[in-house]
Design a protein around this ligand. Structure first.
Ligand code: APR
Length: 229
């Protein structure tokens, strides 16, 4: 096989690095109301609560290490002779830590964004509502993460890659959040092969031609070895 590969990753790829998923039992959205911590309205109501939530996640992500699945995808990106586009919904930096280049469609904990002027800069470990934007000076700083009701980043670029890919794979994502959940349909429409790698069945399993079931840290290296040896 040859041609462009598009790989979508979700929280499941970082689970074995110790970062919790969202919708599994005990997941983040079973412990925090997402309307309060992951919507623009929640941020307007209580910015201190939202900053506290992301400060804790930033601290946790900073100490986490990539696992064998992140390493294998970085290796695939190095060895495959055509482009390997990794699109992640994760806001941790574990793909980069493993040496991969990645599109952060839901933003990143490493970034700060000014809600007033749109400027971006590297986030400090701790953000607070009174922090001012280094560009416009207003106290309107927020984590550079995409919340519910907001448009994910780089959608035109991602849809362009999906039009051109020969293989689309989704790893460790529950297929419950759009537009990422619709990528498999885009890829199928364009004639790509499709593979789902997950611990369990998901809402979009039925759309994929191939399935590999098991923990990402063992299944992804096996899948990569089958592609590049
Ligand atoms: N290996 C493989 N898959 C796993 C593993 C593992 N070790 N552990 C969990 N999974 C799978 C689960 O079976 C589930 O399908 O990972 C998926 C995690 O699903 P979610 O918690 O819903 O995470 P995700 O799909 O990334 O969520 C999408 O929702 O709240 C938003 O913005 C947030 O980016 C996130 C988006």
């Amino acid at each position: 096989m040859k041609g462009k590969l598009v790989i979508l990753t979700g929280a499941g790829i970082s689970a074995e690095s110790g970062l919790g998923t969202f919708r599994d039992p005990g997941g983040i959205w079973t412990r925090y109301p997402l309307e309060d911590v992951a919507t623009p309205e929640g941020f307007a109501r209580n910015p201190a609560l939202v900053h506290g939530f992301y400060n804790a996640r930033r601290a946790q992500a900073a100490t986490a290490e990539p696992n064998a699945a992140h390493d294998a995808l970085a290796r695939l990106q190095r060895l495959w002779r055509d482009p390997v586009i990794i699109v992640t919904q994760n806001v941790d930096g574990l793909h980069e830590k493993a040496g991969a280049e990645v599109i952060h469609m839901h933003g990143t904990l490493a970034g700060a964004l000014c809600a007033a002027c749109g400027a971006r800069w590297p986030a400090p470990m701790e953000m607070a509502p009174e922090d001012t934007c280094p560009y416009c000076g207003l106290a309107a700083t927020r984590p550079d993460v995409v919340w519910f009701g907001e448009m994910p980043y780089a959608m035109d670029e991602i849809l362009g890659h999906l039009e051109e890919c020969t293989l689309f794979a989704a790893i460790g994502t529950s297929g419950q959040v759009y537009p990422a959940a619709g990528f498999v349909q885009e890829a199928l429409r364009n004639g790509a092969e499709t593979t789902e790698i997950n611990l369990a069945q998901t809402d979009t399993s039925g759309a994929f031609e191939h399935h590999m079931t098991g923990p990402a840290s063992t299944v992804v290296p096996r899948w990569v070895a089958a592609l590049v040896g």
